[in-house]
Design a binder for this molecule. Structure first.
Ligand code: ADE
Length: 249
C-alpha cells in the first residue's frame, strides 16, 4: 500500500506515521509514505498558497493552482497503478471501518488535505476526489483526518499487524464493540479475571466473549446492535432454508 499525502504540513504526517505500528510497517516496506508539500508547487514568488475569499467571509482559502499542479505531478509519478483520491472535508461521506477495509485493497491512495478555510472549488472539480469526513466537527486542517484514516486502513493491509486476523476480530469488524480483555495478574486490587478466561475451554471462552460483545454493544450502541441483530437474523434464515432444501433432496 502506497500512501501519498498532499499537504502544506508534510512534517505532521511523517511524524505521526513514523511511530509505533505504522512506523514498523514503513520500515519493512509493507507501507510507503510520500508526504508532498503543496507549497512546492506555487508559482507565487513569495511561496504563497492561500488568498482572500471572493464574496467576502473570514479567513483564507487555498488557491487552485498549486493544488492542481501538485496533483498532476503526483499522478504522473504514480503512473498506471490503481489509485484512489480522497479529499478530507467535513462535508464528505463519514469514514468508518468498512470504508477502511475496502480502501485497503488499493495500490495507491492520495489524501488531499485542505487547510485554512479549505480549497478553491475549481481544484476539487478538476481532481474529482471522493470526499471523506471523520466526523461532524471542524478540524483546523485535513492532516489529522488523513493520518487517522491511514492508520485505520493500514490495519487491514496484510503484514501490518502482528497477527493476521487481529483486524478482523476487533471492534466493528463483525459489527460489535469489543468484549473486555485482561492480562496478568489474575487478581488486581481485589478485582479478579473472569474465571471462564482461565478455564482453557476455548469454546466456552468464545461464547463468553461473544455474549459480552453483544451486551456491551446493546447497552452503548443500540444503533450498531440493531444492524448486527438484523444481519444475524438474515444469516439464520438463510441457513435454515439451506438445511430444509438439503432435507427435501
Ligand atoms: N477537515 C476539517 N474538518 C474535517 C473533518 N471533520 N473530517 C475530515 N476532514 C476535515
Amino acid at each position: 500500500m502506497n500512501f501519498h499525502v498532499m499537504t502544506l504540513f508534510p512534517e505532521m504526517i511523517t511524524a505521526w506515521m513514523g511511530g509505533s505500528i505504522t512506523g514498523r510497517a514503513l520500515k519493512k516496506g509493507i507501507l510507503t509514505l510520500n508526504a508532498v508539500d503543496i507549497r512546492d508547487y506555487t508559482l507565487d514568488k513569495n511561496r504563497r498558497v492561500d488568498d482572500y475569499i471572493y464574496g467576502g467571509g473570514s479567513g483564507m482559502l487555498m488557491a487552485a493552482e498549486p493544488v492542481v499542479r501538485c496533483y498532476d505531478d503526483l499522478k504522473k509519478k504514480i503512473g498506471s497503478g490503481s489509485c484512489r483520491v480522497l479529499y478530507m472535508t467535513p462535508r464528505g461521506r463519514q469514514f468508518d471501518g468498512s470504508m477502511a477495509r475496502a480502501l485497503s485493497h488499493n495500490e495507491n491512495i492520495i489524501f488531499l488535505c485542505g487547510h485554512y478555510e479549505g480549497i478553491d472549488e475549481r481544484a476539487i472539480e478538476y481532481i474529482r476526489p471522493v470526499e471523506v469526513s471523520i466526523g461532524d466537527f471542524i478540524l483546523t486542517g485535513g492532516e489529522i483526518a488523513a493520518v487517522m484514516m491511514m492508520d485505520a486502513i493500514s490495519r487491514f493491509v496484510p503484514g501490518v499487524l502482528g497477527s493476521p486476523d487481529s483486524a478482523f476480530t476487533e471492534s466493528f469488524s463483525d459489527g460489535l464493540l469489543e468484549y473486555p480483555q485482561y492480562t496478568r495478574p489474575e487478581e488486581f486490587r481485589g478485582m479478579r479475571v473472569p474465571p471462564v478466561l482461565l478455564s482453557g475451554d476455548h469454546k466456552k471462552i468464545d461464547e463468553w466473549r461473544m455474549a459480552e460483545a453483544v451486551a456491551v454493544t446493546r447497552e452503548r450502541r443500540p444503533d450498531l446492535y440493531k444492524v448486527w441483530l438484523e444481519k444475524e437474523q438474515r444469516k439464520k434464515k438463510k441457513s435454515h432454508k439451506k438445511r430444509k432444501k438439503r432435507n427435501e433432496i
